[in-house]
Design a protein around this ligand. Structure first.
Ligand SMILES: C[S@@+](CC[C@H](N)C(=O)[O-])C[C@H]1O[C@@H](n2cnc3c(N)ncnc32)[C@H](O)[C@@H]1O
Length: 292
C-alpha cells in the first residue's frame, strides 16, 4: 500500500511515477527491513524527484490555500478538527506544497510548514507567490524538528512524513516536545486496512492478499538493491500504542466516508473502494500535561 503508487493522476492508467523512477533508477520492489537513515535518504531523493509530478497531478485538487485532509476530500473548513485556529501557532509536518499552512494563515493562525524535501518546498514557495500568502517554511525531517520546546499550540499533518519514517515514536516524541501542554496533534494517514489489498482502485483492489499484521516495509529498489522509496505499515493498535507511549491522549479517530458524487480517483482511492471500506484514518490527539 504505497503513497508512491497512490499519487496517481485521474485513473489514466499511465505510469504515474515514471519520471521519478527513471531518475532514481528504480527497477523493482522488495519487502525488507529498512533502518531510519536509509529510509530518510531514499525518501528525500524520492520526494525531490517526484515533486513536480505530485504537484501537477494533485495541485488542483489540493488547492492553493485550502486544507484538504485526504483523497475523500474532507476539508478542515468543514471538519474543524483543529478547532478555532485564529491566533494559534501551528506546525504543519510534511507540508509539501503547504496549501494547508496557507489556509491556516488566511484563517488567522501562525503556521510554520516543515518538510524534508526541497523539491516540495519549492512548490510551497510558488504557492506563496501565487496567493500572496507567505508562511515560514523549514526544510527538516519530522524526526528532528528545529522548533523550541513548547513553542506550538497545535501540529497537523495531511499524509506528511509519518508513512515514511522508521519510528513513529521518534516523530510523536518530537511533536510532543514542541507542543505546549494540551496542544493538539491531528494527522491523517492511509487507513491501515488498505495494506491488505492490492494497490488498485478497481475490482482487483477488493481482494485481500497481504497480511494486516505484516509490518515489513514496502521498498522500491535500484539495480544494486538500494532503497529508492520506502513506506512503513502500522496497524491501528500500533498508532494508539505509539501515541500513548509518547504522551498523547487520543480524542477521536475519524474514518472519512466517501462522499456521494465524489468521483475523483487518487491512485488506489476510488469511489468503488471508498463506499466499501475506509481509505483514510485521521487521529485527533492532545498532549497530556505533565507527560514531558
Ligand atoms: C504525500 S505528501 C503530502 C504533502 C501534503 N501534506 C499534501 O497533502 O499534499 C508527503 C510529504 O511528506 C514529506 N516527507 C517525507 N518524509 C518526511 C520526513 N521524514 N520529514 C518531513 N517530511 C517528510 C514529503 O517530502 C512530502 O512532501
Amino acid at each position: 500500500m504505497t503513497t508512491a503508487e497512490d499519487n496517481g493522476s485521474e485513473d489514466t492508467g499511465a505510469d504515474r511515477h515514471a519520471s521519478a523512477e527513471h531518475r532514481l533508477g528504480t527497477v523493482g520492489v522488495a519487502h525488507r527491513d529498512v533502518a531510519a537513515a536509509e529510509a530518510t535518504a531514499a525518501n528525500l531523493a524520492w520526494w525531490d524527484a517526484d515533486a513536480d509530478d505530485y504537484q501537477a497531478t494533485h495541485g488542483g485538487f489540493l488547492g492553493d490555500a485550502d486544507f484538504v485532509w485526504c483523497p475523500e476530500g474532507l476539508r478542515e473548513a468543514d471538519a474543524r478538527l483543529l478547532g478555532e485556529v485564529r491566533g494559534l501557532r501551528v506546525a504543519e509536518i510534511g507540508c509539501g506544497q503547504a496549501a494547508c499552512s496557507r489556509w491556516l494563515a488566511a484563517a488567522g493562525a501562525h503556521p510554520v510548514g516543515l518538510d524534508l524535501s526541497a523539491g516540495m518546498l519549492r512548490h510551497a514557495r510558488a504557492g506563496a507567490a501565487r496567493t500572496g500568502i507567505a508562511v515560514p517554511l523549514v526544510q527538516a525531517t519530522a524526526e528532528r524538528l528545529p522548533l523550541a520546546d513548547g513553542s506550538m499550540d497545535a501540529a497537523c499533518s495531511a499524509f506528511g512524513a509519518l508513512p515514511f519514517v522508521a519510528s513513529l515514536e521518534t516523530v510523536f516524541a518530537e511533536v510532543h516536545r514542541v507542543l505546549r501542554p494540551r496542544g493538539l496533534w491531528v494527522f491523517a494517514v492511509t487507513h491501515p486496512i488498505r495494506w491488505i489489498f492490492p494497490d488498485d482502485p478497481g475490482p482487483a483492489g477488493l481482494t485481500a492478499s497481504q497480511p494486516y499484521f505484516d509490518r515489513t516495509p514496502y521498498v522500491e529498489v535500484d539495480a544494486d538493491g538500494n532503497a529508492t522509496y520506502v513506506e512503513y505499515h502500522r496497524t491501528l493498535g500500533d498508532y494508539v500504542r505509539a501515541l500513548t507511549a509518547t504522551g498523547f491522549v487520543l480524542e477521536d479517530l475519524l474514518e472519512p466516508e466517501w462522499p456521494a458524487g465524489h468521483t475523483r480517483v487518487w491512485g488506489q482511492w476510488s469511489p468503488l473502494r471508498g463506499k466499501l471500506f475506509p481509505g483514510t484514518a485521521i487521529f485527533r490527539t492532545r498532549a497530556r500535561p505533565g507527560a514531558r
